[in-house]
Ligand binder design. Sequence first.
Ligand code: HEC
Ligand code: HEC
Length: 153
Amino acid sequence: MILLLALIPIEAGSRDGLAIWDSRCEECHGDPVIFAGKYLWDIEGRLQGRHHVENLALFMRNHYTPDHEIETINNMLLTHANSPLRFKDECGGCHGDAKEFVEKSIWVRGSGITGLQTGMDISEYLLTHQELQPEDVAFYQKLFARIAGKPLP
Ligand code: HEC
Ligand code: HEC
């Protein structure tokens, strides 16, 4: 992260995302890395919140973020948000692309998430798969629901 920031030329007079965060957001949200890891998702390059899925940028515009700093803070949060890249690393070798896998194999319904091939609720199935731990299972449930466009509450 430090290395990355050092490589991005910062226009004179404009602040980087962490500096903006420290002055405008930190008092309520604490550490941006922890905040983004807990609540935010990078789904195909777009930042999604826990509640604000389609319109997070609009929400931020009305939420302590001046227009000229939206893009910078959005990009900073994106680098720390959860993303399907983890699926690519851990699962992609067998299952391919996350979006295609969800379209083909995952059914998100009101009360749970079912694997179409196994017919099992994935909250049970994944505990027996690839030595996944409960927190990993929670992560993948949330990820699949996001990709399916039906985020879990
Ligand atoms: C005075 C306190 C306060 C400040 C300052 C503040 N926030 Fe928030 N923020 C909140 C509260 C409360 C919520 C939860 C409300 C909600 O999600 O509708 C929230 C929610 C959010 C969310 C999550 C929305 C979601 O759908 O999960 C994001 C992203 C966010 N804030 C970004 C920022 C940014 C960026 C800044 C600084 C530019 C900032 N906040 C400053 C109180 C604050
Ligand atoms: C070594 C190969 C391999 C890896 C790596 C792997 N899986 Fe699987 N996975 C499979 C196979 C094979 C099946 C089908 C098993 C069956 O039918 O019982 C499966 C089935 C599933 C199913 C059920 C799909 C359905 O249609 O019912 C889910 C969900 C799943 N995997 C998620 C994951 C996740 C998440 C990861 C990464 C953490 C992962 N898998 C990593 C081989 C793998």
